[in-house]
Design a protein around this ligand. Structure first.
Ligand code: ADP
Length: 626
């Protein structure tokens, strides 16, 4: 028997590890299963190159609970260690690693900015165990070894009679960690961290129905089989050519068993230079209210789950996607701010952006109709991407769609071509009309369509920001919402309407209106329109409304314009019969009633009539039809 002192200056590693990593105790299992996996894959490699002359077989890693003995076993059939190797790898390497770790993270381990993965390795066992044993038999023809340590620098190393190749780690679970002797807890951890690890992991058994005998004699019987927790070959480790649509969908279900919506499409990531990254991203159906999503992108390293917080690694606009990325090249024992500044990580993030843009472009080119159908579900992500990632914005022009209220879909170029003859203003700028809510702005949409204008339906919450950006990048474009500044003021008129009213009558109309309508809120504008168009219309200056919206969606007061006064235009059609009636009405009270009623109707169609005013309006209306 060998006894000795592990060569570390820290007197007692075990309480220190506990103290520093209090929040992340559960990762010990991931670390030990990772070691078991490494040992198995190393043996596979050695047998494949002829270095190890043993049968590799179908090795399994087993995790076993001994509740009475308060022990947890992790057993592998990997390459094992000789006594000499235990001395070297466990006593020297592992524990010097522990010391280094403690030195490095003394001050910062509690910092929440650190990602929950430190590459702690073997000694993380002491976070939950008061004593750890290693019983290991090397693939080499040497006796097995038995190492024991209670977390103090003292260890014992004796020969063991273990005959099968591989390593068994026995954790004597500490009193404050007894939860790790519960079946459900271990199952939960294995499912969380080890679900896609490359070597099968057995945890308990399960019953399976199996047919015995043939024909008439056939009988179904229940048998016990190993319960394998993981899928060692998840879809992202395969080549895209070997996968079809169903494989991708099935993997999505495997990843998010509680998610019942199918994804819209997927993007397979696969690069090995200048960094290594694989993965599959999915575009889920997205609703406009961006509800808090719990199924997030998961980050793996060599099929070991690390985190579902990919902030800093995946560009922000794509964190709304789902799926996995697996990269050994992402430094994890660093803070988020470091991560964002790291050159390699920036490259990864740019690569992902580029792949997503390329995929969208391909989908658009291959099946435009299908792409149009999906547009509503993906536009939020894309619009957000255009606003936040210049590299994405550059590419997005090729596939960004602008749907009309009638569900026609244009690219910006197509739209320009379509409207160039009809919708230009006095300075030759193209005027793009849009509605943000087809129901609320229905009368305005109808009026614009009656004039032969195209009206877009741009209804996502950040659209005012996007419009602002498009205008600043395209000098000859101007977006105007249908209920904004009266559109006929902007668009060069092709039919010169002749006014029914004389100049004198117009003057009378204007003074009458201004004496009745509150002019602090409404600016009266007279306009000669088609006689069938609405007699009164309320519009709001585009600029003012947009600024208000933008300050709302950027956390308030972005331009210090949170407290805009409510200012509207009251556009009165001088060719309407109502305008004539108002001018000709001699009875002052009747005239006032006409104007008030018309104003209320205009407010009603803008959704501005509420509360007391609405009650008064309803009352007056009943009076009128009495
Ligand atoms: P790391 O895995 O990062 O190298 P660890 O502290 O986890 O660090 O382990 C130290 C070393 O101990 C490993 O590199 C490996 O050589 C050896 N080791 C740990 N677990 C096993 C195992 N189950 N089978 C064989 N060797 C192991």
């Amino acid at each position: 028997m060998t006894t000795g002192k592990i060569n570390v200056s820290v007197e007692n590693i075990f309480p220190l590890i506990k103290k520093f990593l209090y929040s992340d105790h559960e990762i010990f299992l991931r670390e030990l299963v990772s070691n078991a996996t490494d040992a198995t894959l190393k043996l596979k490699h050695l047998t494949s190159i002829g270095e190890a002359k043993v049968e590799y077989g179908n090795p399994v890693i087993e995790v076993k609970i001994d509740k009475e003995g308060k022990k947890l076993h992790i057993i592998d059939q990997g390459l094992g260690m000789t006594a000499e190797e235990v001395e070297k790898y466990i006593n020297q390497v592992a524990f010097s690693g522990a010391e280094e770790f403690l030195e490095k993270y003394k001050d910062s381990a509690k910092d929440s900015g650190i990602i929950g993965h430190f590459g702690l390795g073997f000694y993380s066992a002491f976070m939950v165990a008061e004593k750890v044993e290693i019983i290991t038999k090397s693939y080499k023809d040497e006796p097995a070894a038995h190492w024991t340590c209670d977390g103090s620098p003292e260890f014992t190393l004796t020969p063991s009679d273990k005959t099968e190749r591989g390593t068994e780690i026995i954790l004597h679970i500490a009193e404050d960690s007894l939860e790790f002797l519960e079946d459900f807890k271990i199952r939960e951890l294995l499912t969380k961290y080890n679900k896609f690890m490359p070597v099968p992991i057995k945890f308990g058994t399960r019953k399976e129905k199996k047919a015995f005998g043939i024909g008439e004699e056939e009988k179904m019987e229940e048998i016990e089989v190993d319960n394998i927790i993981n899928n060692p070959t998840p879809a992202w480790t395969k080549q895209p050519v070997d996968l079809d649509e169903d494989d991708y969908k099935n993997f999505y279900r495997e990843l998010y068993p509680m998610q019942f919506e199918e994804p819209l499409f997927n993007i397979h990531l696969n690069v090995d230079y200048p960094f290594n990254l694989t993965g599959i991203l999915y575009f889920p159906k997205m609703s406009a209210d961006l509800q808090i999503q719990k199924d997030k992108i998961q980050l793996y390293q060599n099929q070991v789950y690390v985190t579902d917080n990919v902030e800093g690694i995946v560009p922000e606009f794509l964190t709304m996607l789902k799926g996995v990325i697996d990269s050994p090249d992402i430094p994890l024992n660093v803070s988020r701010s470091y991560l964002q500044a790291d050159g390699a990580v920036k490259k990864i993030s740019n690569y992902i952006t580029r792949k997503v843009a390329d995929k969208l472009k391909a989908l658009f080119n291959e099946n435009r109709e299908d792409f149009e159908q999906k547009w509503n579900d993906i536009k939020i992500v894309l619009e957000y991407g255009m606003l936040s990632e210049p590299k994405f914005y550059e590419k997005a022009g090729a596939f960004t769609l602008y749907p009309t209220v009638n569900k026609k879909y244009y690219t910006l170029e197509e739209l320009k071509e379509t409207i160039k003859d009809k919708q230009t203003d006095k300075d030759g700028k193209l005027v793009i009309l849009y509605a943000s809510d087809n129901d609320a702005q229905h009368s305005y949409v109808e009026a614009a369509e009656a004039k032969g204008y195209e009206v877009l339906l741009l209804d996502s919450p950040i659209v005012s920001h996007l419009i602002q950006k498009l205008e600043s990048d395209n000098e000859n474009l101007q977006f105007v919402r249908v209920d904004s500044d009266h559109i006929d003021n902007l668009i060069k008129k092709d039919d010169n309407q002749i006014s029914k009213l004389s100049d004198e009558e117009k003057e009378t109309l204007k003074t009458t209106l201004e004496s009745i309508v509150p002019t602090t809120t409404y600016t009266v504008q007279l306009e000669a329109m088609d006689s069938k168009a609405a007699p009164f219309m309320i519009t709001q200056p585009e600029f003012m409304r947009r600024m208000k919206e933008m300050s709302k969606t950027s956390g308030g007061g972005m331009f210090g314009m949170g407290n805009f006064p409510e200012m509207y235009n009251l556009v009165v059609n001088t060719n309407s019969d109502l305008a004539t009636s108002i001018v000709n009405e001699k009875d002052k009270t009747a005239q006032e009633n006409l104007v008030k009623q018309a104003l209320d109707l205009a407010k009603l169609s803008q959704g501005l009539l509420k509360g007391e005013e609405l009650t008064a309006f309803v009352k007056r209306s009943f009076e009128l039809i009495k």
